[in-house]
Write a protein that binds this ligand. Sequence first.
Ligand code: NAP
Length: 490
Amino acid sequence: MSAISERDLLESVPSTLFIGGEWRPASDGGTLTVLDPATGEPLKTIASATAEDAAAAMEAAATSFEEWAATPARERSDILRRAFDALEERAEEFALLMTLEMGKPLAESRGEVAYGNAFVRWFSEEAVRIQGRYGPSPEGNGRMIVSQHPVGPAYLITPWNFPLAMATRKIAPALAAGCTVIIKPAQQTPLTTLAWVRLLEEAGVPAGVVNVITTEASGEVSEAIMADDRLRKLSFTGSTPVGQMLMSQAAKGVLRTSMELGGNAPFVVFDDADLDKAVEGALAAKFRNIGQACTAANRFIVHSSIADEFAARVTERVTGMKIGRGTEPEVTIGPLIDDRAVAKASELVQDALGRGAELRTGGEAIEGAGTFFQPTVVANVQPGSEILREEIFGPVLAITRFDDEDEAVRLANDTEYGLVSYVYTEDLARGQRMIERLATGMMGLNMGVISNAAAPFGGWKQSGIGREGGAEGIHEYLQTKYTLTENPFA
Ligand code: NAP
């Protein structure tokens, strides 16, 4: 375990852009300051890229593409494996850095280091398994070859809520496939990406293959990159409205796109559920990352016969949660990312209460430094409440009731999102029916946390397009070629 101080750690993080293998300031000398959401105090000032810097990063990614694409897969794999080993060694530093800039409890940041780094290992393994096919045409007069090729330079945009994992699950498959990248982390949490890319550089990633643009001018910078017709791929994780806007920009260049967007996960508890398991799963699915996960359970849809008991049991557990800066021992609820997030949680709770819901615990922003909101339980949430429509992105557990399976399915699917659903039942056939009836790209069946580097992560409906992780993840960065040759025996 590393005993590095917060100050030394922050000083060790690069404070500039990384373009074409050089760490350099913004072209106009502009900067942005990253804050600690637990205190509101500045952590570090770093470069804020201009459109000119973005164009330079695009140039670097485009000019280094051919050589990187031709680099043997084993070499690309070895670089990723070295990066994996290096991060394992420095796991504690990265965990602390994430807690400082994003706010989550240190134990959860350690979990994210393990999860985020699992993508690096997974794709170091997948790099050498890019395969094609060869065979006779049905008529027998030719031979058909199907091969996979890197799609080209890729632009990657990540959100603030998982500062490491959102970067690794894009960069690792891109590099494994032979693509070069420009990554733009969220301006609220860019430090983890900068530190991790430095580590990739040390692991031997050639100049220009990975470029980092941190900026306060996301729109302008992105437009400069997307206007370049050498860009071939956009991978975005963030909110649905920004994703929709980027998809329309990507249409001009007919870019391959991967979109990991918002969620509004139902958490359905049937009357035949094991309530102990359901309560544990609910707490994990709701309060991990202080509720700020796209996979966070948003609507607890609980059978009427057990809804009161479920509410009482989760309330008892929530009342005991320790709130504070994520670096303090035993804290489970850190700050929300900013004032807007606190205001949103507060408005959603007030709207639900105004429409007849009952407040069981919490419900208020916490006065003082930092952007904290009390862990909250609201029961008997009524149809039409905003909290059932909107992604809460905060520590608010909202319970609504149902009476039969068809009603549960109707309520669960009543959203434009379709990222993940959670179902608790001990009836195997019912569980299987739910797999077929719930319109989500992922499901936790008696499980409250499902993310895994070996699984295809992604949503249906307005939660996105494409998959990250699993055997599918590398294909987001590959394109298919079919070649017909003559029958060599003719
Ligand atoms: P966001 O506001 O959409 O921001 C995400 C990223 O997009 C940030 O890097 C942001 O940069 C950038 N961005 C914003 N406006 C842009 C523009 N005009 N052009 C180009 N880039 C732009 O989302 P967020 O609030 O950070 O993240 C929360 C959302 O992400 C939630 O909806 C959550 O569900 C979703 N999410 C989804 C997944 C998934 O896998 N499905 C995973 C995690 C999070 P700035 O920082 O400069 O604004």
